[in-house]
Design a protein around this ligand. Structure first.
Ligand code: SF4
Length: 155
């Protein structure tokens, strides 16, 4: 079961978007220096279609993007819920922050506009660092992924 710990409206995770970011728990990655170790625990409330509807009832008019923060243990469930968001809220972009270095084999990215890949490696720095191993991609209509990490790295 996919669960989440909390959510927030954020402005920096996806450039030029106002994003409802859902922090998903039971993260299987074990990044050294993890910024949120509690997200490695199997805690929180179930994130399902009904929960998404209740969140959207409150926030859809205030946001431009819905982002799954985590969910690497069940990527197919993330893809299913992304499809639900895209079909029911077509004006809202869909994003996924994965801690994996690449998409799972056969993963269908068609319901996402943005995907972040890469775990946290302390010495390489976070996404905004020029040396970071993490990258944010914009998914193109043909499914190819354009690296737009430079939008974080303008200094
Ligand atoms: S992916 Fe994020 S939550 Fe998971 S271990 Fe790495 S830093 Fe922590």
């Amino acid at each position: 079961m996919l669960k989440y710990y909390n959510y927030d409206i954020v402005f920096q995770e996806i450039p030029n978007e106002v994003t409802l970011a859902i922090s998903i728990t039971n993260c299987p990655n074990r990044c050294k220096g993890c910024h949120s170790p509690h997200l490695q625990e199997d805690i929180g409330e179930e994130l399902n279609e009904n929960r998404i509807v209740s969140l959207m009832d409150k926030y859809v008019s205030a946001i431009t993007c819905f982002c799954f923060m985590g969910g690497d243990r069940t990527p197919q469930k993330i893809a299913e819920l992304a499809n639900f968001v895209r079909l029911h809220y077509p004006a809202i972009k869909v994003a996924w922050y994965s801690g994996c270095a690449k998409l799972p084999d056969g993963f269908n990215n068609k319901d996402f506009q943005y995907i972040k890949l890469g775990g946290y490696i302390e010495k390489m720095g976070p996404l905004k660092s020029k040396t970071s191993n993490q990258h944010l991609f914009q998914v193109q209509q043909d499914g190819s992924m354009k690296d737009i990490s430079y939008l974080f790295r303008t200094f």
